[in-house]
Design a protein around this ligand. Structure first.
Ligand SMILES: [Zn+2]
Length: 390
């Protein structure tokens, strides 16, 4: 039995038989206490599964829906999330003011994409110029071409408070004119954006599927490798040797196949999903054997965001439960460069804690069902949810 003393927003002390004269005591009666969960790949502005249509919604509607999406994440036990495309600093400011219940959010601001890349939703027959400013909040990203433009775009996102830079370096499912095998950006552009992020003391995260795209990005210094469905052994070993992280997002492909069409995901985009979905499960073993560190990601869009916690169960079919939980706690904190602050229960860390009925190491499904097995959720020392414990 261990006691945890929380003072203000942080954990003060940890150990057996602690006491404090002023503290309120909560007896967990044998339940599991664990660090709040961390999802390293979300899009809080993705109110709709059709990202092209999402980008045409008014900012007010996107903001309101993002607050609902973020509250639901928190109630599932995700006390911190990393937004990899879309959330602007206004939205981040709202999360910090503490008026609305939301996870702690780190953001890339707009993701960067080349013309015809994964953030170009204009389609074949629209050659309207792309906006360089006043980008709608519902757009996941912005278009930039050439070394000069990508540097400027990265600098603008960093000026706007981005915690890291997100780039689209491979074709994608949700966008209309970029097959999966397309490589996004030239090597020169990749090196330029990695330099810009490095100059600001941070890193680049890249949307990637194919082995070739992953290898090229790691060679250019990209640190956070999103999706990685088609990664092969040698590249995984190379990425691990470079200290890169992988963020698989398998649940989103499952749900796009089972629910995508009815939730408005475009039919032509759906056809691309199967290529990456089938390889996804194998990628977990490939990366594990290569020693490539994995962090938790869900990448769900629109109404499908309710399945955020099911990634635990999907990964648990291939990986030990302890490693799956580490991906959403210890590994995620490392990727977010918040080690010792989040994803852990130790003195000085934020008091981001969840109480679970039962032991998730024995049953990862206890982390699903919208926080239904979590009677208590703390974030930064604040009680977010509290049910009577019997
Ligand atoms: Zn994504």
């Amino acid at each position: 039995m261990t006691d945890v003393i929380i003072e203000n927003e942080r954990i003060k002390e940890l150990g057996p038989n602690l006491s404090s004269s002023s503290a309120e005591v909560i007896d967990l009666k044998g339940r599991t206490l664990m660090p709040g969960l961390i999802d390293c790949h979300v899009h809080v502005i993705a109110a709709l599964a059709d990202l092209g249509a999402n980008g045409r919604l008014p900012d007010s509607l996107i903001t309101a829906r993002a607050l609902v999406l973020m509250r639901n994440m928190l109630m599932r036990g995700f006390t911190t999330v990393r937004d990899v495309g879309g959330a602007d600093h206004g939205l981040i400011q709202v999360t910090r003011e503490g008026v609305f219940p939301t996870p702690r959010v780190l953001t890339s601001g707009n993701a960067l994409s080349q013309t015809g890349g994964h953030c170009d939703f204009r389609g074949r027959f629209n050659s309207d110029p792309v906006p360089f400013s006043k980008i709608p909040l519902g757009a996941l990203g912005r278009i930039c071409d050439g070394e000069q433009e990508i540097r400027r775009a990265a600098r603008e996102e960093l000026k706007g408070g981005a915690d890291f830079i997100k780039i689209m370096a491979n074709g994608g499912c949700a966008s209309p004119t970029d097959p999966i095998h397309f490589l996004g950006f030239s090597r020169q552009e990749l090196l330029a954006v990695v330099e810009e992020a490095g100059n600001a003391g941070t890193y680049v995260s890249a949307h990637l599927y194919t082995d070739q795209a992953i290898r090229r990005c790691v060679e250019c210094g990209v640190h956070s490798l999103e999706h990685c469905n088609l990664i092969e052994r040698d590249t995984a070993v190379f990425a691990a040797s470079q200290g890169a992280f992988a963020v698989p997002t398998l649940v989103t492909y499952d749900k796009l196949v089972s629910e995508g069409a009815e939730k408005g995901f475009p039919a032509e985009a759906l056809a691309k999903v199967d290529t990456v979905r089938k390889a996804g499960m194998d990628s977990l073993s490939v990366m594990r054997e290569a020693g490539l560190t994995m962090a938790y990601g869900s990448d769900l869009l629109g109404d499908m965001q309710c399945h955020q916690s099911e990634e635990f169960v999907i990964r648990g079919r291939v990986l030990p439960a302890q490693e799956v939980i580490a991906s959403a706690t210890h590994n995620a904190a490392k990727l977010l460069r918040m080690e010792g602050q989040i994803g852990t229960i130790c003195p000085e860390a934020y008091a981001d804690l969840i109480v679970v009925n039962g032991n998730p190491l024995e049953d990862l499904a206890l982390l699903t069902e919208q926080g239904g097995h979590m009677p208590i959720i703390f974030q930064g020392g604040q009680i977010i949810k509290r049910q009577e414990l019997s």
